[in-house]
Design a protein around this ligand. Sequence first.
Ligand SMILES: *[C@@H]1O[C@H](CO)[C@@H](O)[C@H](O)[C@H]1NC(C)=O
Ligand SMILES: *[C@@H]1O[C@H](CO)[C@@H](O)[C@H](O)[C@H]1NC(C)=O
Ligand SMILES: *[C@@H]1O[C@H](CO)[C@@H](O)[C@H](O)[C@H]1NC(C)=O
Ligand SMILES: *[C@@H]1O[C@H](CO)[C@@H](O)[C@H](O)[C@H]1NC(C)=O
Ligand SMILES: *[C@@H]1O[C@H](CO)[C@@H](O)[C@H](O)[C@H]1NC(C)=O
Ligand SMILES: *[C@@H]1O[C@H](CO)[C@@H](O)[C@H](O)[C@H]1NC(C)=O
Length: 394
Amino acid sequence: MLLSLAPLTVSLAALGFANAQTAPEELSSSLEGYDELSLFRSLLSAAPQALSTSLSGKTSNITVIVPTNDAITAYLNESKVSDVTELNIDDIETFFSYHVLVASLKASDFGDHTVVPTLLQGEEYNNRSAGPQLEQEFGSKATGQVLIATKRTDTSRRTKRQKLSGPTVDVRAGLAQDAEMTAVDGKWGPKNVNTFQIVNKVLIPPRTCSTTIRGQGDKLGALDSSLNKTELYPTLDTTPNVTCLAPSTEAFKKAGNPHQSLSKADLTGALLAHTLKQVTYTSFLEDGMVLGTYNDTTVTVHIKGDDIYFNNAKIIEPNVLTNNGLLHILDAVIGPEDETSSTSTATASKTSADSTSAPASTSTSDSSTKDNAASAFSISYPGAVALAAGLLIF
Ligand SMILES: *[C@@H]1O[C@H](CO)[C@@H](O)[C@H](O)[C@H]1NC(C)=O
Ligand SMILES: *[C@@H]1O[C@H](CO)[C@@H](O)[C@H](O)[C@H]1NC(C)=O
Ligand SMILES: *[C@@H]1O[C@H](CO)[C@@H](O)[C@H](O)[C@H]1NC(C)=O
Ligand SMILES: *[C@@H]1O[C@H](CO)[C@@H](O)[C@H](O)[C@H]1NC(C)=O
Ligand SMILES: *[C@@H]1O[C@H](CO)[C@@H](O)[C@H](O)[C@H]1NC(C)=O
Ligand SMILES: *[C@@H]1O[C@H](CO)[C@@H](O)[C@H](O)[C@H]1NC(C)=O
């Protein structure tokens, strides 16, 4: 549905987004010298109220990530329109919300897999809660969907166009999209309280597990087939705060293709044992941490150098964001925690900082009464308790 933007401008202005009116103008004038950002400025002038709505009062201490003209041209093409004025107003608000970070961040604020909250809200894109670490870092209002940012260590700078120079930060958005941000540390707003950075793609908001898993194609084909067979998707897609530990199709093969050999009940149990009851961005994982699953089992985190394991299974692709949490793609199906490795590495064994969904409870009754999400799973899938020996023995 395409809306004509002109009448909408009038009606939203009439609703009175008072001083947020000035933010689009201030941002736009700060971007004036950047030829490659002219389409973003056109978008701002076509729908200034969309930015004001997205900001919903938060007009200071923010970072706007500005996509280049090439990025916006590709986005328009994908949206099957030829001009920014033809974009759907809801899409523009989503666009702005996911491109505004909740603090004014400079290049030096981005580290290794830094988790950064945006202003993107709404269950469709953000059916998760921030958790204690993010609240501590960004404040209790930083509940929006996140991006993952990793500053490159090879400090190579672009020198061709002076204005677009700055350290490169790899940005991970939804559907495993990777983009490249140039940390120009631009300033804008009253007293320069805000920052802007430049990105080479329009960032895609996180979507459901099913959309995200299917977006990975063959890489997660066996997992997709398992979730189809067990009919777990409707529950998985609507349960907040989950981490899917997602063995690759190769990993399923190594384990003897359990998606084909196991019964529906056994496969369900195995999948639930790969589903964590909390959102575990890699930067918050610690060696020895014990995490609870929807099969009422636990898995233990092992960090060895740059590699992160859940029991025996190594993460080969971390932090694939979904609207309700994330996936980590694994090189193996998770087996039981090996006794010898657990005693040697779990000396500092600790539970996660998240007490509300941490694995303190190991009894079924405890977790299903305390936790809505858990009961949704156990009511729908009583077969979960029957477990697949095939998955556990190597
Ligand atoms: C727009 O997308 C179509 C496919 O949907 C592609 O063939 C075409 O090259 C694209 N055009 C531009 C300008 O990117
Ligand atoms: C999601 O997790 C957070 C902490 O990480 C917790 O505070 C919140 O209650 C959880 N929400 C649901 C619906 O489980
Ligand atoms: C901006 O927000 C961050 C994160 O909440 C906070 O740590 C910082 O102090 C704020 N800066 C200003 C100038 O308010
Ligand atoms: C799972 O089901 C969906 C929807 O019916 C289908 O599009 C997809 O191809 C199925 N996946 C596999 C691996 O068969
Ligand atoms: C978000 O989570 C709630 C449970 O807290 C669920 O009822 C709802 O369907 C979910 N929304 C989406 C869009 O998945
Ligand atoms: C799942 O739970 C059942 C019942 O508590 C248990 O027997 C089984 O070992 C668990 N399986 C996995 C793969 O965690």
